[in-house]
Unconditional design. Structure first.
Length: 166
């Protein structure tokens, strides 16, 4: 009987040691995730502050990538879309946004996101269409485009499009 109890005690002791190791590993993972959450929270707060100050921060590129700022200068890892104002042209936009505005400027009627994707050289995949729709909405917010009917985009009525009656 004593032998049986010792075997059971050894088995339980082994399970306890295994559980303690799992707890230690989970504690390390938990601390890593807490640190990641803290970094993301600070990043979000910083982006909110920048947005409140009127700084347009739209896409974060890998840190090794340099992106040219509209209006000169250089910054690492940020792509900006300027707010339209008198005297600005699509040439003042980052390339992907410039392509979108140019396609819409050339269109004789309102255009949907799914119509623009192949015209700017992207495959007509749902992910590309939705990403493009997000870019279109951003261009509406910044005054480059109008969306008078949901999902249909035109050049902004404030802008004069060369060669157009708009």
């Amino acid at each position: 009987m004593i032998g049986e109890l010792e075997e059971r005690q050894a088995a339980v002791r082994s399970r306890v040691a295994g559980l303690e190791q799992e707890i230690a590993a989970l504690t390390v993972r938990l601390e890593d995730e807490r640190n990641r959450l803290e970094r993301l929270t600070v990043t979000r707060e910083t982006l909110d502050e920048l947005a409140a100050e009127g700084v347009a921060v739209d896409a974060v590129a890998p840190l090794s990538m340099e992106v040219e700022l509209v209006g000169g200068g250089r910054v690492v890892g940020v792509q900006t879309v300027t707010v339209w104002r008198e005297g600005t042209t699509s040439a003042d936009l980052p390339p992907v946004y410039r392509d979108i505005v140019d396609v819409i400027d050339d269109a004789p009627e309102p255009v949907q996101a799914k119509q623009i994707v192949p015209r700017i050289g992207l495959p007509a995949q749902t992910s590309k269409i939705e990403g493009n729709r997000s870019n279109l909405k951003r261009l509406v917010e910044r005054g480059w485009l109008d969306e008078q009917t949901p999902g249909l985009f035109t050049a902004s009525s404030r802008r004069t499009v060369p060669g157009s009656a708009r």
